[in-house]
Design a protein around this ligand. Structure first.
Ligand code: 4AD
Ligand code: MG
Length: 430
């Protein structure tokens, strides 16, 4: 008898199959049991009747509890009233392990309780769907860059540098020196772009975010392309193409998961390139006109981002921010040296900044000034400045935060469910 997965069940109608998995729920009524079975691919109803499996087996099945592990043999039949349209009429239920007092029951639990049991919560329908969507987003990202001749080059996690400001660094003792966990792979990405032309890195980044928000993790994944001979306009184009590709991939591969998550798919279908583009100054005008207490030069908080983004169906590209509020490596706009050739992309529906990027400063003297202004240690950046000494070219890149994109596409109110084991200020466990 073939072992089959629930995702392929419809290919086995009227055939005998073996299923290996767990009890999602079990209800018995007299001589018949209704077992919702899960195997990591989906859920399936199994009919466990005394007449079909025999008296002895039926007695043992009475012990089954939520999340007990079982191997079921039986026949697949169509049943439009069953979950997914198919069910299995069991002929044998082999009990592998009885799970006692599974803590996550069908009743409502508080988020803290669920996060404490994250290692088990991953089995629940909604959490399972989120991580399936996350997987497809990762696949879309990799496919997009791989098919556009970007080479994946990994950047280190232990670094001497603070590329995104000194206030969110995680330091650790490194044989008597201090190493920082990477806030970004970008500086190394710039080295790779000079070696490979088109490069991306994709891995975990770390920021000691001391605020508790719906959007910040201390450990998150970022994908960062870096492109030689690329200006800010081309950079924006790559980011837009990437996002449009991800949305269309998710819509074509994740329908059932989005339905499980009760995500409004029509909203996602409205996302269409080209995305609206606004300068930072345009945004300030809009915000002031709409009654926000904000001055040119102030950074946006989440209410400002949400207000701008809510005016559009698609993500909004905001460019040319004041240099004072952006990182040291961003290139000054030759037409206005108060602003940098940087861009952020704000997701619709208040999901906030999903992409940050820029054209990179190539002038070594400006970079040295900015490194000094930020209070950074010049020696730690000497290797980076070599990229401006040996064959320096105009180049650009951006970083897209994976978990923010997962939150947005899945329609989640909080980022903690977008990653298997969230790390936040208040959580290092499990
Ligand atoms: O805007 P950020 O800080 O940009 C950089 O790190 C650049 N070095 C990227 C580059 O140009 N190569 O971060 C980029 C993105 C943000 O837009 C956001 O989506 C995500 O990373 N991000 C976070 N996601 C979750 N939790 C956090 N604490 C995040 N911080 C940034
Ligand atoms: Mg940013």
């Amino acid at each position: 008898m073939d072992r089959v997965f629930i995702k392929n069940i419809k290919e086995h109608v009227d055939k005998e199959v073996t299923l290996k998995g767990w009890v999602y729920s079990f209800r018995r009524s007299g001589k018949i049991g209704f077992l919702t079975f899960r195997d990591g691919f989906g859920l399936l109803q199994c009919i466990v009747a005394k007449n079909d499996i025999g008296e002895e087996n039926f007695e043992s099945v009475k012990k089954l509890t939520q999340e007990s592990s079982v191997v079921i043999e039986g026949k697949v039949v169509e049943n439009e009233r069953a979950l997914g349209g198919y069910e299995v009429i069991a002929s044998k239920v082999e009990i592998i392990h009885i799970s006692k007092d599974y803590p996550i029951t069908p009743k409502e639990h508080g988020t803290d309780f669920l996060m404490n049991h994250r290692h088990l919560w991953l089995r629940s329908k909604k959490q399972h769907a989120i991580l399936k969507v996350r997987h497809q987003i990762i696949k879309a990202i990799r496919d997009f860059f791989d098919s556009n001749d970007f080479t994946l080059v990994d950047s280190p996690i232990f670094t001497p540098n603070a590329a995104e400001g000194t206030s969110t660094l995680f330091g650790t003792d490194y044989f008597g020196k201090t190493a920082y966990l990477a806030q970004t792979g970008q500086l190394y990405g710039e080295a790779s772009a000079m070696a490979f032309g088109r490069h991306y890195n994709f891995g975990p980044c770390f920021r000691a975010e001391k605020s508790k928000t719906r959007r910040h993790l201390t450990e998150f994944w970022m994908v960062e392309p870096e492109i030689a001979y690329c200006d800010i306009e081309e950079d924006i184009q790559w980011a837009e193409d990437l996002l449009a590709y991800i949305v269309s991939h998710v819509l074509s591969t994740c329908k059932e998961h989005l339905v499980t998550l009760e995500r409004d798919i029509e909203i996602l279908k409205k996302i269409k390139a080209p995305f609206p583009r606004l300068s930072y100054s345009d945004c300030i005008d809009i915000l002031k006109k709409d009654g926000f207490d904000i001055e040119w030069g102030d950074d946006f908080g989440s209410p400002e981002e949400t207000h701008i983004a809510e005016k559009f169906d698609s993500p909004v590209i905001v460019h040319r921010f004041p240099s004072k509020i952006k990182a040291f490596y961003m290139k000054r706009d030759p037409e206005n040296d108060k602003v940098v050739l940087g861009m952020d992309i704000l997701a619709p529906e208040g999901y906030g900044e999903i992409v940050g990027g820029s054209e990179r400063e190539t002038d070594i003297d400006i970079l040295l000034d900015r490194i000094k202004e930020e209070g950074l240690n010049k020696e730690d950046y000497d290797w980076f400045l070599d990229l401006r000494r040996f064959g320096s070219v105009p180049h650009s890149g951006f970083g897209m935060g994976l978990e923010r994109v997962v939150a947005w596409l899945c329609g989640l109110t909080h980022i903690r469910e977008t990653t298997p084991f969230a790390r936040t200020m208040g959580r290092l466990n499990p």
